[in-house]
Design a protein around this ligand. Structure first.
Ligand SMILES: *[C@@H]1O[C@H](CO)[C@@H](O)[C@H](O)[C@H]1NC(C)=O
Length: 396
């Protein structure tokens, strides 16, 4: 009798110890935005609940999950600020859809919709971000005066960031921006907006290092991926682009003093019906910027207007380009295994700066056709080499 009572009570004590150890050391704390007042009805403003979840997650140093269940959650512009945040391991797990206000005036002048700044160790996964940008695009396309629009998702001055499995739909302006960050992994992202939506770049990276963009599908009205000044050690792999303006390094050289772009790998990409494929673009203005050590490898072009393009004479409206000559130095750019079809006769165009010719451009195994015939290549102020089968034949 005594023994049979003794044994279970010891077991209960051990179980209780295990539970208390578990809650203080192992399992993450989960903050469900619905428990904090959010409503997935598509019309109740849930901004406060998201901010409450963020401040609770930041209050502890343990791994925290901010969970958004299925449903449509209306969010105004929201700043997740990392200043004073104790936590270096916060995961947004999104099963539902975040919806921006349908009236673009509501957030159109704030610059950002979902904005992370000065954060460290944040992952953002799953879900749909619906920017509801069509009203603003119509305004811009009609030439009326309109707000500039909000970027859907931005990380600024942040480290150790993951964005995975996110769908961004109809952003007002850029879909995803990485600015001033280090160590960022973006994968399995889908960007969807109409081919005539203005300024809706898919993913824009600038002033950032060690960023990778993998396994993503981007269709939009501007660049699928744009790479701005100060980008180093960028890896892009397995990305499909179209509609859109291609993958673009630039615009560079708008400023006189500008950080350069270096060590960029763009590997295994497809472009369908895009305005450009692989592009480097700089303003025809004085600048000490540069782009160097760039590898474009394994690209397939289907009906692309400018499959391979370096354009150093960018000067919209022909204004503000004294001397019309770009100061940006473009060097060590390799195109390896690029093939498919061009929608225009000139499939390869190197239009470099007369003051700073492009140097060490390499073409290896490039085959681009126009209407089932040989396309053309055009070079100005470009120096480099060709090897393997190169069609159109190199003008370097
Ligand atoms: C270039 O960037 C890659 C990441 O994309 C990195 O692994 C590599 O070390 C970098 N190379 C140099 C020379 O910095």
């Amino acid at each position: 009798m005594a023994r049979s009572i003794f044994v279970p009570s010891v077991m209960i004590m051990m179980m209780m110890m295990a539970i208390s150890l578990g809650s203080s050391e192992a399992g993450p704390s989960t903050y469900n935005v619905v428990s904090l007042g959010a409503k997935g009805d598509g019309k109740t403003d849930s901004t406060k609940a998201f901010l409450a979840a963020w401040s609770s997650a930041c209050g502890s140093a343990d791994h925290a999950i901010i969970y958004v269940p299925p449903g449509r959650f209306l969010l105004r512009n929201v700043d997740f600020n990392g200043k004073g945040c104790k936590n270096k391991d916060i995961s947004f797990q999104i099963a539902g859809t975040l919806v921006a206000p349908s009236d673009y005036q509501a957030i159109g002048s704030s610059g950002n919709w979902i904005f992370f700044q000065d954060v460290n160790g944040v992952s953002f996964s799953g879900g749909v971000l619906d920017g509801q940008g069509t009203g603003l695009w119509d305004c811009k396309n009609s030439g009326r005066s309109c707000p500039i629009g909000a970027t859907t998702l931005e990380f600024s001055n942040s480290n150790n960031i993951k964005i995975a499995g996110v769908t961004s739909l109809n952003s007002q302006m850029f879909h995803i921006v990485i600015n001033g960050c280090n160590d960022v992994k973006i994968q399995g992202v889908k960007v969807t907006a109409s081919g005539n939506s203005p300024n809706t770049d898919g993913i824009h990276v600038q002033q950032s290092s060690a960023v990778s963009i993998l396994n993503s599908k981007i269709g939009t009205g501007d660049d699928c991926i744009s790479i701005g000044p100060g980008t180093t050690n960028l890896w892009i792999e397995n990305v499909a682009c179209g509609p859109g303006h291609g993958i673009s390094i630039g615009s560079l050289g708008k400023e006189l003093n500008e950080a350069g772009v270096q060590n960029v790998t763009v590997k295994t990409t497809t472009f369908k019906g895009t305005q450009n494929g692989l592009r480097i673009k700089s303003w025809g203005r004085p600048s000490n910027g540069f782009a160097k050590n760039i590898l474009f490898q394994h690209a397939v072009m289907v009906d692309v207007e400018n499959p391979i393009l370096i354009d150093q004479n960018y000067c919209p409206d022909h204004k503000g380009c004294p001397g019309q000559m770009s100061g940006v130095k473009v060097s060590d750019v390799t195109y390896q295994d690029v093939h498919g079809t061009s929608a225009t006769e000139v499939a390869v165009k190197f239009d470099c700066s007369s003051g700073n010719p492009c140097s060490r451009i390499k073409l290896e195994d490039v085959k681009l056709t126009y209407k089932n015939q040989a396309a053309e290549a055009s070079c100005s102020h470009a120096e480099g080499t060709a090897s393997g089968l190169v069609q159109p034949s190199s003008c370097l």
